[in-house]
Unconditional design. Structure first.
Length: 703
């Protein structure tokens, strides 16, 4: 691997100090996770790279608006906070998803076991109501391929369990650039019924011009036991964003004024409006101590209206639903203990897409686009694990996936021919893994898996043209990307107070889906081959009862392994090809997160968190160079920022009051937070925030 970890001397000193302390916890030592095998297992024993971020880290990470606040501590997971709520976070795992101009691609997103990703692999990080989440799991590597149309990995979020007595919680945050965040929560258990209801609001004027945002979000969960063998969870969530202005990207010259909006953003009033509702349920029936069935079903709607800087508007009206059945069994094959999981999943989405011209930021004239886009998947999967001895276990699995896309064009004229089309993708994805339990405190594992990733409906909605802008015609000639994943790793518990996870991976892909034209909208094509080689480290330590430290770091060499035709005409210049060895854009070569925390009250050794009193912490967040185009002619500089956080908790009778304070980018470093890959006008760059502050209060009281 040619990529190395490069930091400034100051950043290196802090990272080295944190590493020597052998690094509050991103994960506890005995935490239980479900992502690795679709059944509960201790994370230390799970044969996969998996981290869990708990409630304490979510709360301490900030106002709980963006996943980037808390998941930044997970190695291999990159969340580039573009401070642009019209486009959501730019999230990738091991480089998958980095091409997405908005939302999540190539990563499976689930909330309380209910898919928040559509059949084509799209998802929105804003769907996760962080104020009501108990913990979030991130699975990377080959075993994630058993979750279907997602080569990168799986993110699962879980709502808090209901409190045993009636309880109300209130949070309020204020911060720089007009940030206001409020949250109201009620929780109770009445007989066999537990309920959690959470409602939050968020507004911000924004650091950049044309970046004001308003959000309202509700997340409710009801769980109950109709009988001793059955457990039912019902979940309803709503995401309402009546306004999210889009400041767009900047050119290199425009970065001299990072607070400015990109060309055309203000005059066209570029913005997005979103309303999403989803209702889902899951039920687990336990036959006996060795066998259980789990079913799930959900239905959702999403209305999305976007006003673009190209004086055009796009409206999406989506309806989606799905169901699934899973069977788990523990058995024996001779003297060998076995665990089996098998199941079937079906998901379908249908969206009506319209478009037209705008004038002064409003719709103008009749629509010039009208079509019906549909996507569905039908998947079977099976996974088995065997403890062949006290020292060795094996895991194997297979998923057979069928994904179909259909588009019916209703706007057909002499100048706009019929753009209807359909295409199907099928893939058989095996995984195989081995774990060696070297000692009671050291596990070694190796995994192999094959994955695939289809284009999304949004990526098939436009076709490349010879002009600067893509044409709004369904593009069925895109191939699905296929990938081969290799991984070896170790998990080590040097002591009750420390843990070290380390993994190395190699991923080879064919038909990687890439941006071939981007000007307001994006058109996509396929690159013949890519390779990703990298390593990931996560370590944690309770230094003494009052001091904890954590460190996560990763490096990746992501490149095009084969040359291909330079397709982004506006960026190619005299180059006819993108040469082999060019770095895949949108992927930082290195990432580091370190935290050193002190608490006035002794911390729980198992959770590395204090039960009250004062807590202060220093965070280091580093990201390496990110290329913005296939030819690697444009790139960001690496950046290292320091954040300071503090909290004070008081017990008032049975209630608890906590004050929070954060100073982000304390050194006021000027940097680019993310890039828009292959942007045809070279408006690649989205500036990060300068020094900014936040204050908050949290009140929790039983009734």
């Amino acid at each position: 691997m040619t990529s190395t970890l490069k930091l400034t001397p100051q950043a290196f000193a802090v990272a080295l100090l944190t590493g020597l302390l052998s690094p509050s916890f991103a994960q506890t030592l005995d935490e239980v996770v479900v992502s690795a095998s679709r059944a509960q297992a201790r994370s230390f024993d799970a044969p996969a790279a998996i981290q869990s971020v708990g409630r304490e880290a979510i709360q301490n990470g900030g106002p709980q608006v963006n996943l980037s606040e808390s998941l930044v501590r997970v190695p291999g997971l990159t969340i580039l906070d573009r401070s642009n709520y019209a486009q959501d976070l730019q999230l990738s795992i091991r480089g998958f998803g980095a091409r997405a101009p908005f939302g999540i691609r190539g990563i499976r997103l689930l909330i309380d076991g209910i898919p928040a990703s559509t059949p084509d692999g799209q998802g929105q990080g804003s769907s996760v109501s962080l104020t009501s989440m108990d913990h979030i799991e991130v699975l990377r590597g080959p075993l994630a391929q058993l979750y279907g149309n997602a080569s990168g990995g799986v993110i699962q979020a879980f709502t808090k369990p209901a409190s045993k007595v009636p309880q109300v919680d209130y949070q309020y945050y204020v911060g720089d650039y007009g940030l206001h965040r409020a949250d109201y929560q009620f929780s109770d258990t009445v007989g066999a019924y537990g309920i959690v209801a959470d409602y939050s609001t968020f507004t911000i004027d924004g650091y950049r011009d044309n970046s004001r945002t308003e959000r309202k979000q509700f997340n409710g969960k009801l769980d109950f036991n109709p009988n001793e063998q059955t457990r039912v969870n019902l979940v309803f969530n709503q995401f309402d964003m009546p306004l999210a202005q889009d400041p767009l990207g900047l050119t290199r010259d425009q970065l001299t004024n990072p607070a400015a909006a990109g060309s055309g953003a203000v005059t066209t009033m570029a913005r997005k409006i979103v309303l999403q509702n989803q209702l889902g349920g899951a039920a687990t029936y336990t036959v006996d101590q060795d066998r259980s069935f789990t079913t799930r079903a959900y239905y959702g709607t999403r209305d999305n209206l976007q006003y673009q800087s190209t004086s055009a508007w796009i409206g999406l009206n989506r309806r989606y639903y799905g169901l699934g059945l899973q069977y788990n069994e523990k058995s024996r094959w001779g003297e060998t203990p076995m665990e089996w999981t098998s199941g079937y999943e079906f998901d379908r989405s249908r969206e009506y897409r319209e478009g037209g011209a705008t004038l002064n930021g409003q719709k103008s004239g009749s629509p010039n686009r009208s079509e019906d886009n549909q996507a569905e998947n039908s998947d079977f999967f099976v996974q088995g694990s065997a403890h062949v001895s006290d020292e060795v276990s094996l895991v194997g699995g297979l998923r057979y996936s069928t994904v179909r896309f259909m588009s019916d064009d209703y706007f057909i004229t002499n100048s706009n021919p019929d753009g209807s089309g359909n295409v199907s993708y099928r893939s058989v994805n095996p995984v195989l893994g081995l774990t060696y339990y070297a000692t009671e405190h050291l596990n070694l594992y190796a995994n192999y898996g094959q994955g695939f990733e289809t284009p999304t409906l949004a990526e098939m909605a436009y076709t490349k043209t010879t002009t600067t802008a893509p044409k709004a015609v369904f593009n069925p000639v895109l191939n699905a990307a296929s990938s081969r994943h290799y991984e070896i790793g170790s998990k080590w518990l040097p002591s009750r107070q420390s843990r070290l996870d380390f993994s190395v991976f190699q991923i080879d892909s064919t038909d990687e889906i890439i941006v071939v034209q981007n000007s307001g909208s994006s058109a996509y094509g396929n690159a013949p081959g890519t390779s990703r080689t990298g390593w990931e480290l996560a370590s944690s330590l309770l230094v003494n009862p009052h001091v904890s430290a954590s460190l996560s770091a990763s490096a990746i060499d992501a490149q095009y392994s084969q040359a291909f035709k330079c397709a982004v005409t506006a960026l190619c210049g005299s180059a006819s090809q993108v040469p082999a060895g060019s770095k895949i854009p949108g992927i930082p070569a290195t990432s580091v997160f370190g935290e050193l925390a002190w608490a006035s009250q002794p911390m729980d050794a198992a959770k590395a968190q204090a039960t009250g009193g004062t807590r202060v912490a220093l965070e280091l967040v580093h990201s390496g160079r990110i290329y913005a185009d296939d030819l690697n002619t444009a790139a960001t500089d690496g950046r290292t920022v320091f954040n300071l956080s503090a909290s004070q908790r008081w017990a008032v009778d049975k209630a608890a009051v906590t004050l929070y304070a954060r100073l982000n980018n304390a050194s006021d470093e000027r940097y680019v937070g993310s890039v828009i890959v292959n942007q045809s006008s070279k408006q690649f760059y989205e500036p990060g925030l300068p020094r900014n502050w936040m204050l908050g209060v949290s009140i929790s009281a039983p009734l």
